[in-house]
Design a protein around this ligand. Sequence first.
Ligand code: C2E
Ligand code: CA
Ligand code: CA
Length: 578
Amino acid sequence: MSKDRYVLDSNKNIDDTLKLISIHKGVNKGFFFMLLGLYIVSAIGTVRTSHSPNDITFILGYSVPTFAITGVFSSLGHICIICLTVFFRKTGYITSMFLVISALPGLLVNIFIRHRHVNLPGIFTSLLTIIAITVIFLNNRRIEKYQQRMSEEAVTDSLTGLPNRFAGKELMDEITAANERFAFVSVDLNNFKSINDTMGHAVGDKVLVEVADRWKNLADTNQTGTADFVSRLSADEYSLIIRNFKTDLDLLRSIKAYKEELEKRITIEDCDFFMTACFGYAVYPDDADNSGALFSAADTAMHEIKRANSSNCILRYTQNLNKTEMKMDIERKIRAAIENDAILFNLQPQYDINHKLRGFEALARLKDADGSFISPAEFIPVAEEAGLIDVLDLCVFKKAAAFFGEVIRSGGEDLTLSINISVRHLLKNTFIEEIKDVLDVNSIPPKNLEIEITESIMIDSAGKALECVRDAKNIGIKVAIDDFGTGYSSLSYLNQFPASLIKIDKSFIDGMNTSEASKQYVATIISIGHILNLEVISEGVESDDQLDTLKDIGCDFIQGYIWGRPLPPEEARKLVCA
Ligand code: C2E
Ligand code: CA
Ligand code: CA
């Protein structure tokens, strides 16, 4: 059962109330204008039809029948009376009634004792006015009631009667404005969906109401020793605002009281339910500096308990949780991209020292929903942790190989495609078979492929990794040691590793400009590499100085922004044809 049902219910209530208000306002308006028109017409009519009068009054030298004057004044009086009721509500209504009723005895005396039947219409007008102002008054009362109901509904949850999300937010805004320390707890019931699914929504609703009643009672009776405010956020999500706690232990004690109250047996329609929940909380101002951030911090903590399926169901927010959230978000994006075949790749050119194209390194690219790219420094470690890196590596390889097959056929038979291989991929039993398959499908000779393995992987997973690398080498694939210099490998290890290329890490190239020692270090790596019969490529070369130094100390290849950034395949193709 969806949480939408509850949202829809409360929206429907507000919509219905709004409809009622507009109907009543319409009736009032109709009445008001109808009577206004009626009185104006009757005033004009009175003046026009008042002939053969007995009483004449002189106004500004004109003789006007007294009857016409009283008629016009009576109509204007009734208009004022109606306006009084419309604009001054209850006071206006009482005053109006008093005015109309107090005029009645005079009219009745004129008709019944003095037999002046000319006052008969006056009686009818008065009665009409009484009816009209009563209808308008009652309508106004109803409108007020509806408006009150609506403002209550706006801050009250219709099912449980608890304050809702907006009420909680309002209170938090107030407390933060007063700079008071307090905690916000985000609570989500566990397995509530299964109650709805198995027992029906009616029972589910009763469980929600029971939970609300218990917690409200706990808060109202101050049993926790802190000042608490319980609200319902949506379907099975509640929140607590806890104030006036002296120590963090007091706060935890209060939250535990809600947990224990919840976990007591709930019996509905002869069925016993044992409810549990996740309580994520954050403290203002320690964990967040505004109510919005506090809300998300507590929510993050609550979701972390859910995600970790932890037996500890109360958790305070920490900065690290945000990282976990971000990682989960990236993991979702990687999974979606793999599923939708949306993993992209760029190709960064590699050149020999005379600026002749050696080949390309394929680098994975992941697009975000807004079209921007997520950095590989962010998503590669997540893919590794989530066990998705082998799939991702293979996606990049397949796509890059399709491109590179065409490059070879169009005259690039001497070029090399370098791909990054993670340890998980390397250690997979099917690794070599998969690589061979892709090479076959795209008619790429193994000698045109280079796999890059980081120095640290090579050391950490020694034996088995070495075997896999040998297998690759045996079928003619080249092997490069990536990020060389960062992994503390020993010379003897390097000697037995079946590599053909060393990639000197960018950090050493960066240091060359400023430190003579770094320059000597790079020079030494190049010399050792050459002694061991390995070629050497420098990564992250950006400046002319670096390039000149690398030429001087005998580096074989260059990869860096100075000669080429990672490019989309169609751009990389232009470099081959140039
Ligand atoms: P890496 O294998 O060391 O790749 C080189 C990185 O250095 C690339 O970053 C590249 O864009 C960057 N780079 C190259 N030249 C320069 C330069 O002159 N200046 C600067 N500032 N940077 C330069 P990118 O593409 O962000 O990749 C980062 C890392 O992500 C890679 O480091 C690699 O470890 C990993 N990675 C990328 N694609 C894949 C993949 O398909 N599979 C695996 N397993 N890892 C990948
Ligand atoms: Ca690499
Ligand atoms: Ca590298």
